[in-house]
Design a binder for this molecule. Structure first.
Ligand code: SME
Length: 161
């Protein structure tokens, strides 16, 4: 199957999850499982959701697939995760070792993509994916990851009763 056909199939499965999930948590669990199982180079897949604390906003680890990470809470001024959430832009890093912002999660990680989730025009979280392969995330991957992030944003704007 071509990468484009595979991405299209995954998008269709995300649509099914979006229409069948009974909570945002269920949707996010379904998305991380789907991406981790289907996309061979997506070795760690997880959501971070923005929470506001006395000290300020922080990204809190949500549903994920892959090894446990030491980074369960990330301030907005730290990491590639912080950069994506604070800029509201997808960040793709082809070689994590050459990016000074990178917070190491696993020694095996070589590249990373983080796509923000928007609800009602504001960043509310993000979808983070690590790969054991350098430069694993093409434009097609970026579009797919942004599609998944947008699905969660749509759900959060219109949760099921
Ligand atoms: N590498 C991320 C931290 C999270 S782990 O990848 C799961 C970062 O630099 O923000």
């Amino acid at each position: 199957m071509s990468p484009a056909a595979k991405a299209e199939e995954v998008r269709k499965s995300v649509d099914v999850l979006l229409s069948s999930s009974k909570s945002a948590e269920q949707l996010m669990k379904g998305v991380v499982k789907l991406l981790h199982e289907t996309m061979l180079k997506y070795n760690w897949v997880g959501f971070y959701m923005l929470e506001t604390e006395v000290q300020g906003p922080v990204l809190v680890l949500g549903p994920f697939e892959g090894a446990m990470t030491p980074h369960t809470r990330i301030p907005l001024n730290q990491g590639i995760c912080g950069a994506a959430a604070s800029s509201g832009k997808t960040v793709v890093v082809d070689d994590v070792q050459s990016d000074p912002r990178y917070l190491a999660c696993s020694l095996e990680t070589k590249s990373e993509i983080v796509a923000p989730i928007f609800a009602r025009g504001k960043v509310v979280g993000e979808l983070d994916i690590d790969s054991h392969f350098p430069a694993a995330f093409s434009l097609e991957d970026r579009q797919l990851v942004e599609y998944c992030a947008a699905a969660v944003g749509r759900y959060l704007e219109n949760p099921r009763p």
